[in-house]
Design a protein around this ligand. Structure first.
Ligand code: IPM
Ligand code: MN
Length: 353
């Protein structure tokens, strides 16, 4: 028996999480699983009721389950709150409190979608790499931080144990894939990055089979669009990973396709990479695939049920091959499917396979 806490959040979050729950229910039935789902408030939806984005109650629930599934947070309604009350701050807090130090963001091109990207299909086809972003350290959390009338400041700092544990996880991931790891930093300018590089090379001694190379972040941004197939696993700091994972995501066609897993030693949280998309919220237009694929990552990482994860990926692929597309991945002239239509097709495909 597994317990999943869902936090739909804001905007399209509730629609895509509803899609994911429909898929989870279908899987439960098909594979004879017992899954308990408990929903909690987070983000603007929580602020409007409780005056805070993240309540102790939601945080406790997230700590007392096997996995958390998050939709999206934020929207124009809450944009003008002070910095520490913004949805982004609540997201950082939940990551820190749950100790989610590793963020996995796969960049995989579905064959059916090679034409949805702005890049040429011959450059893209066959692209399949994993960005591992450090998630609870670096400049996102460093002290001191602040701004006044005259200046603004943040601190980029990494402790040895923080680099060691993310590097270790990255090498372990590479061992399960093609055994190639690229560590991305800015060691030509930043001392903190030279430190990062030194530690990654230390950890490498325990994984001699993995081919390790270093790349500066500016070059990496270029390489990801020039020749994405060169990558197998990327490991990088919090800020660089934030930027690079958006670039990597976009080459695959749409942010609406991309799942993510944030993992710690005790807890795990899964969420689509896209935001709350207030412009299309409540209109049955959102692409639910990123959230459904996040459920696949949950079965893989939290429940160690790779066969069920594969089952979900296959259902997604079949649905795309059948030609169904939400607006974000449709080509001009395609008829556009709704969130519910895509979800029903994926669920139906799971049931027959
Ligand atoms: C992401 C987002 C967040 C981040 C924001 C919303 C705090 O951009 O998950 O990539 O910068 O980490
Ligand atoms: Mn981001």
């Amino acid at each position: 028996m597994f317990k999943i806490v869902t936090i739909p959040g804001d905007g399209i979050g509730s629609e895509v999480v509803a899609s994911a729950v429909q898929v989870i229910k279908a899987l439960e039935e098909k594979h004879g699983l017992e899954i308990e789902i408990e929903e909690h408030l987070f983000g603007g939806a929580s602020y409007d009721v409780h005056g805070e984005m993240l309540t102790e109650e939601t945080l406790e629930a997230c700590k007392n389950c096997d996995a958390v599934l998050l939709g999206a947070v934020g929207g124009p309604k809450w944009e003008n709150l002070p910095h520490e009350k913004k949805p982004e701050a609540a997201l950082l807090r939940i990551r820190k409190e749950l100790g989610l130090f590793a963020n996995f963001r796969p960049a995989k091109v579905y064959d059916a979608l090679v034409n949805a990207s702005s890049l040429k299909s011959e450059i893209l086809s066959g692209t399949d790499f994993m960005v591992i972003r450090e998630l609870t350290g670096g400049i996102y959390f460093g002290q001191p931080r602040g701004y006044d009338e005259e200046k603004g400041w943040n601190t980029m700092v990494y402790e040895k144990y923080e680099v060691e544990r993310i590097a270790r996880l990255a090498f372990e991931t590479a061992m399960k894939r093609e055994k190639r790891l690229v560590s991305i930093d800015k060691a030509n300018v930043l001392e903190c990055s030279q430190f990062w590089r030194n530690i990654v090379h230390e950890v490498h001694k325990d994984f001699p089979e993995v081919e390790l190379s270093d790349m500066y972040v500016d070059n990496a941004a270029m390489q990801v669009v020039r020749d994405p197939k060169q990558f197998d696993v990327i490991v990088t700091k919090n800020l660089f990973g934030d930027i690079l994972s958006d670039i990597s995501g976009m080459i695959t066609g749409s942010l609406g396709m991309l799942p993510s897993a944030s993992i710690g030693s005790k807890h795990a949280l899964y969420e689509p990479i896209h935001g709350s998309a207030p412009d299309i919220a409540g209109r049955n237009k959102a692409n639910p695939i990123a959230t459904i694929a996040s459920v696949a990552m949950m079965f893989e990482h939290s429940f160690s049920m790779q066969h069920i994860a594969d089952d979900i990926y296959t259902a997604i692929e079949k649905t795309l091959e059948s030609g169904l597309r939400t607006a974000d991945i449709a080509n001009p002239g395609d008829s556009v499917a709704s969130t519910e239509e895509i979800t029903d097709a994926i669920t139906a495909s799971l049931e027959v396979s």
